[in-house]
Design a protein around this ligand. Sequence first.
Ligand SMILES: [Zn+2]
Length: 237
Amino acid sequence: MGVGAVLNSSDPIKKTNQQRALPGLSADALSLLSHGCVSVAGVQLSGLTAAQHLVEAGVGKLCLIDEDPKALSSAYKALGFSQTEILCRAWKIDGHDADSIFAECDVVIDGLINWQDKLLASDVCMQIGKPLVHAGGSGFRYQLFTMRPNRSACLRCAFPMAGIDDVPLQPPEHKPIAAVLGMIGAWQAVETIKLIAKIGAIQGNELTKIDWLSGEFETIRGLDPRKDCPDCGRAPR
Ligand SMILES: [Zn+2]
């Protein structure tokens, strides 16, 4: 093999490395991501996986929130060193301080355990106009819903509209399945990347139910804001 052949081979290798860095995202999208800020509310279920993917994608700032300081500490260690600025806040969501805590972020990820906390997060995000990437469920069955103020019903309205009437008051008794949570967290990260980088389609009024045991996926459409609702019907414009 001559010298020329060796030199010519450098171009494809360089391209391959660039593609491995982050396929599918343009320079503009990467720039938007690098300036994006995401609050991850709850890091004990899908939230940590979502955070790991967002660090990998180059999100500028992550605010990790959890009521358990030990969970926060282990999540922080799991994320390792990166370009992403990572803040940790030991805090249980409530209706008083959440607006100021979520105020600086672009998107909130729902990695919360308690359903009342999830509903509170929905209330606050609607009030201050922040998208909420919700996931909820247990075992092998989950639902995912990217809630966008002015385009989406709030969680309190969306659940009954989607036939989810039995919202549990207590956390699930069964041990979560890490493989399922990993897929849920990755889904939430993708939705968040799309919102921050302003790419792809997010209708905001579609909820997806997934049952990995039966292999069924169901998308419920038409979850629009309800005019008679004090949360989604009066979201800030
Ligand atoms: Zn509502």
